[in-house]
Ligand binder design. Structure first.
Ligand code: MLT
Ligand code: ZN
Length: 445
């Protein structure tokens, strides 16, 4: 008998051609054809899905807007995709508690807009912020340019509502920044990519919206001159709310083949810096910054109006998609090193000697190293190149993923390169929380 028929409070999709799109996210991977896709509209659907998954031996794969970069939402063998886009509810702000409660189905852009309507700010801003779901950002602990100052998604989560293997919804955490009654199961779920249970909603911490913001373009003649700047700025008390960069190869591609705004971008390499503290638009602030930066700041330009700022950010935001269009089989990594080790990282990357171009979040050391020729590289060689890249980052005190997560794409490397005690402990937690391995099987661990 069909195990999905008669599911309460749910929309069921079984036609293979309608299932095709959920085999993709924004990684270079493709999942297997799932048994079905279910859009739950209420708790009865989840209760019943969990019961049937256990009884029939199939897995459940959570899906938000499908904008993930590591294959975390792709179906594996004998799985049902649980698409949360129809999960009910809306974002509600509590200005008194400086927090916002929202279901996973709400888009991140609507979460940010709901906060802004009250003069409040929810900082996480992954590149996909206009199209990704809140649920995806919670499951992957999403980052983005603002993480440089404000940290990752997990730093903004006060409470989590989650489906556990008993088929019920549970809440972990409260609407306050202070909650210290034992270890936090809610925080364990953030960034767990759905392997311990599925997040259905969250209470997010908010902060007053910054009232000032200055956006600077910093073109340089020798791109290595950028590499010490994040550390120098932070060491001198300047903490940018974003510090992004394009290396010479990425900048040249953008200039030659990108949109109109990109064609006018100056420099051999280019950084975009943003500051949002009080006083950051003053002349005194800019003078202090110029003093600190010295000759490297020769070409520094202030984005004079909103249009110019938006133009600069539009180019940065489309970089990933632009490179993908030009190099459809590229592999984009997201290693991170402490900002004080950026120069050592690039020296190491040179020594590794394989062709790679880089852009990304220089301010927090999270670099999108892109292997544009991945499609034409022998798969075994490509695997070795990626492992060498990850080892380089780890040896410098960094890690193999700064913001995209492990999913399917980095699972093998994660298992091979992590402290075995960490893997053992995570597997023990997985067995305890999901003894029948129904939640996102085959991912991360
Ligand atoms: C970005 O910062 O553009 C994204 O994280 C995507 C990427 O290029 O990997
Ligand atoms: Zn990024």
């Amino acid at each position: 008998m069909n195990p999905f028929k008669g599911l309460p409070e749910a929309t069921l999709i079984e036609d293979p051609s309608d299932l095709e799109p959920c085999r993709r996210d924004e990684s270079h991977l493709r999942g297997t054809l799932p048994l079905a896709l279910v859009k739950p509209h209420g708790p009865a659907a989840l209760r019943e899905l969990v019961r049937r998954a256990k009884a029939e031996g199939f897995g459940l794969v959570p899906r938000g807007a499908g904008t993930g970069k590591a294959g975390g939402c792709l179906p594996t063998e004998r799985t049902v995709v649980v698409d949360f886009s129809a999960w009910p509810g809306e974002a509600r702000v509590s200005p008194q508690d400086l927090c916002l409660r929202a279901p996973v189905s709400v888009l991140l852009r609507d979460v940010k807009a709901a906060a802004e309507a009250h003069g409040l700010f929810y900082p996480p801003d992954p590149n996909s912020w206009e199209s990704c779901s809140l649920g995806g950002t919670l499951a992957t602990n999403a980052g983005g340019p603002n993480a440089c100052k404000y940290g990752m998604t997990r730093h903004w989560v006060l409470a989590v509502e989650a489906l556990l293997e008993d088929g019920e919804l549970h809440t972990f955490g409260i609407s306050s920044v202070k909650a210290n009654a034992g270890p936090s199961l809610g925080q364990l779920l953030i960034g767990s990519e759905g392997i311990f249970g599925f997040i259905l909603g969250a209470t997010l911490r908010l902060t007053p919206l910054p009232r000032e913001r200055t956006t600077l373009l910093l073109p340089v003649k020798r791109w290595e001159d950028l590499l010490d700047l994040p550390g120098r700025l932070c060491g001198a008390g300047f903490l940018p709310s974003a510090f992004e960069f394009f290396d010479p190869a990425v900048l040249a591609e953008l200039r030659a083949h990108g949109p109109e705004e990109a064609r006018r971008l100056p420099g051999e390499a280019l950084a975009i810096l943003e500051f949002d503290e009080r006083g950051s638009t003053s002349d005194a602030f800019l003078e202090g910054l110029l003093d600190l930066l010295g000759p490297v700041a020769e070409g520094l330009r202030v984005a004079s109006d909103v249009r110019q700022r938006e133009g600069i950010w539009a180019v940065r935001r489309m970089t990933s998609a632009f490179l993908k269009e030009r190099h459809p089989k590229k592999v984009s990594e997201d290693i991170v090193v402490p900002r004080s080790r950026l120069r050592d990282f690039f020296a190491g990357l040179d020594r590794l000697g394989f062709p790679a171009v880089t852009y990304g979040h220089l301010g927090d050391g999270n670099l999108h190293v892109n292997l544009l020729a991945a499609g034409e590289t022998d798969p075994a060689l490509l695997d070795r190149q990626l492992m060498d890249l990850f080892r380089l980052a780890i040896d410098l005190g960094g890690t193999l993923s700064g913001e995209h997560g492990i999913g399917l794409a980095k699972r093998e490397a994660f298992l091979a390169l992590s402290d075995p005690a960490q893997i053992q402990a995570l597997r023990a937690l997985k067995r305890a929380l999901d003894p029948q391995n129904i939640f996102n099987p085959g991912k991360v661990l």
